[in-house]
Structures are given as C-alpha cells and as structure tokens.
Design a protein around this ligand. Structure first.
Ligand code: HEC
Length: 168
C-alpha cells in the first residue's frame, strides 16, 4: 500500500469539503435571519425566534407588492422624510425595513394596524385592509416584512410579541 496520498483521495477530500460547504450554505439560507437559541432582553428570556415559512413569505411578497408597495416602497424603504408631518398633519408612509419602527411593535399590534388602518386620532391616513385581505394574507404580508429584517430586529420583535402576551 503506498503511503503517498493518491490523487483520487485528494479529489474525494475536496469533494467532501465541497459537500459540507454546500450543506452549510443550504442550512444558513434556510435559516435566513432566524437566530439561534432563546432570546434574552432586559433579563427576560423567551423561546427562540420561529423560522418563517418560505411559502408564506413568498405569498406575502406578492401581496405586499399589490397592496402596500405603492405607499411603503417596493424595497420597503418608505417615503423620503417619513418622520416629518405633512401640512395636513398626517405622517408619510414609514419604511418597513430595519430603518423604520415596524419591528418595535408586537404581532397583535401590527395586525391590528393592517386590519384597521391608521388611527384617525393621529391623523392616520393608511387604509384598513379588513375588507380586502384575509387575516392569513395580512399575516403572510407581515411575515414577508419580517423576512427582510436582520436578526437583531427579529429578536426584538419576537421578544416584544411574547412578553406582551405575558408568557415569556
Ligand atoms: C395609502 C398608503 C398606504 C398603503 C396602501 C399602506 N400603508 Fe401602511 N401606512 C401608511 C401610512 C401613511 C402610515 C403611517 C400611519 C398613518 O398615517 O396611518 C402607515 C403605517 C403602517 C404601519 C405602522 C408602522 C409603524 O412603524 O408604526 C404598518 C405596520 C403598516 N403601515 C403596514 C402596511 C401594510 C402591511 C400594508 C399593505 C397591506 C400597508 N401598510 C399599506 C400608508 C399606507
């Protein structure tokens, strides 16, 4: 038996490393921005951030393009100067990416904004979608928005959702 490493063994070795790399890339792609392990903020620990369903995110992407992009931007970027009130006292549509504050709100609150639209008490001008989208479609749209956040935003939004429900 030769002690020299045969070219075949070298090729096999590279093949194996290649396979591992591919497996890792697949795994990390599937995980997306989901994070590892329980989330602890302010000393309160909640369960790990759930992984989003790729199917629901894809459905939500289409719904977002149809129902939300005209105001909130195709790339979730919001209106320019979205923090500055307009002459009529309303606010321009905010971004839904990590630069906005959508991720500061718990699931229930986000859903109720989409169902009811903007609060007239605050000169809100966003329309409610209760008549045009099902709750399932609204949730899918919100899942698409979540899929565009980084792990920090997802962890915070998950944490606030769970702690608001009172079950860390
Ligand atoms: C006609 C423009 C318009 C459309 C269409 C629209 N929005 Fe809005 N949205 C706004 C505006 C303006 C605000 C700021 C509050 C207000 O004025 O009502 C807002 C606020 C929000 C907020 C609160 C964000 C925060 O940080 O507090 C969420 C969540 C939201 N929209 C989601 C959606 C989703 C999801 C859709 C599509 C199903 C959608 N919006 C469609 C204009 C719109």
């Amino acid at each position: 038996m030769s002690r020299r490493t045969s070219p075949r063994a070298v090729a096999l070795g590279f093949g194996f490393v290649g396979l591992l790399t591919a497996a890792f890339l697949l795994w990390s792609g599937a995980e997306g921005n989901a994070t590892q392990g329980p989330v602890t903020i302010n000393g309160t620990t909640v369960s790990p951030v759930p992984t989003l369903s790729a199917e629901r995110v894809a459905a939500g992407e289409g719904l977002y393009a149809q129902s939300c992009a005209a105001c909130h931007g195709a790339a979730l970027e919001g209106a320019p100067n979205w923090k500055v009130r307009l002459a009529n006292g309303s606010l321009p549509p905010p971004p839904h990416d990590a630069t906005g504050h959508t991720w500061h709100h718990a699931d229930e609150q986000l859903l109720s904004i989409v169902v009811q639209g903007g609060d007239p008490a605050y000169n809100g001008v966003m329309p409610g979608f209760a008549a045009s989208l099902t709750i399932e479609q609204m949730t899918a749209t919100l899942d698409f928005i979540k899929s565009r956040w980084g792990s920090r935003e997802r962890e915070y939004q998950w944490w606030i959702t769970v702690t608001r429900r009172g079950q860390p």
